[in-house]
Design a protein around this ligand. Structure first.
Ligand code: ASP
Length: 315
């Protein structure tokens, strides 16, 4: 058996590329890195890698993490700049016994010294969106933190090993040095090859309050199916958060178990991509359903066309 699940429609092309690897018996680690790099490299995705929207000072600061479900090795970067593929840096860091989670200048310098591709990650388009947003915020006192999404990928290979990765440019207009959940173990991602893995996207400040990726893996370890684990962790925590904190930001979680069975839960409209040995690669849409359940439907061509038009619309 092999399988993979990834957050958002943006991950689909990367999933298609990674699926070929898994079918050819490649490692889940290569599959995760390949899928995420495709998203990081694509200039029209505004929340990951090249073309990602900058922080309030106009700098693209990125967060990424990589975890090996076999050994529990973790590598992560936060607030890294001018590096083409933060996921590859995170993966390499996962082999370090010490200093495996690097932030800011330390992360960027590590990547430069290690020979990772250097790249100005701010596209003209992202810069224009940033300038426009600055003007809008000044004119109408808007909430600046509008727009974010992380690519998260969980993969299982034919050797029955598992890995997970995340990559994000975080919240649009975030303050310098702000870090989300994506590079944080347990919050943005977690995987244990003997159980399964999970990854998150959504408002990092709230996701970290619930350590939802770890919670989903823990629940799967207790015998819940990936879907039941996602539903219980996500909707249960959303309820607790609303009660005790007063509100809950948007969040969506994906999970895959060691048998290639998957699940998702979300409190907003959420798209994701799946491919397994038993199931053709496809994009689905998830929405919160009644009684703490998730409604999952195949994506429509109409939605895909509108999405394509939206991400490429003139600024
Ligand atoms: N989780 C990311 C962050 O808070 C953003 C997102 O996935 O929407 O940085």
């Amino acid at each position: 058996m092999w399988g993979m699940i990834a957050t958002w429609r943006m991950a689909h092309d990367g999933v298609l590329a990674a699926k070929e690897l898994l079918e050819g018996q490649a490692s889940c680690k290569d599959a995760v890195e390949t899928a995420i790099k495709a998203v990081e490299d694509y200039p029209f995705y505004k929340s990951v890698g090249y073309g990602g929207l900058p922080n309030e000072r106009g700098i693209v600061e990125m967060d990424a993490a990589f975890m090996d479900g076999e050994t529990f090795k973790i590598g992560a970067v936060a607030g890294i700049t001018d590096v083409a593929n933060p996921i590859s840096v995170a993966r390499q860091l996962s082999d370090e016994k010490f200093n495996s989670f690097r932030v800011g200048q330390g992360a960027t310098e590590y990547a430069m010294l290690a020979g990772f591709e250097r790249k100005n990650m701010l596209t003209d388009r992202a810069k224009k969106i940033w300038e426009k947003r600055l003007a809008e915020i000044a004119a109408s006192n808007l909430d600046p933190y509008d727009g974010h999404d992380t690519v998260g990928v969980v993969a299982l290979d034919t050797q029955q090993q598992m890995a997970v990765g995340t990559s994000s440019s975080g919240l649009f207009m975030k303050k310098q040095g702000r870090v989300g959940d994506s590079p944080l173990s347990g919050s943005g991602f977690y995987v244990d090859s003997t159980i399964g893995g999970a990854a998150a996207t959504g408002l990092g400040e709230d996701l970290m309050k619930g350590c939802l990726s770890y919670e989903i893996v823990r629940l799967m370890g207790e015998g819940l199916s990936p879907q039941a684990a996602c539903d219980r962790a996500v909707y249960g925590f959303e309820e607790r958060l609303r009660k005790r904190y007063g509100k809950a930001g948007a969040f969506s979680l994906i999970a895959l178990d060691k048998n290639g069975v998957w699940g998702v839960a979300t409190n907003v409209e959420f798209t994701f991509s799946v491919a397994t040995a038993d199931q053709e690669a496809a994009i689905y849409m998830a929405n919160p359903g009644p009684d703490q359940t998730t409604v999952i439907t195949p994506i429509t061509q109409e939605w895909l066309d509108a999405y394509e038009a939206r991400i490429k619309a003139p600024v």
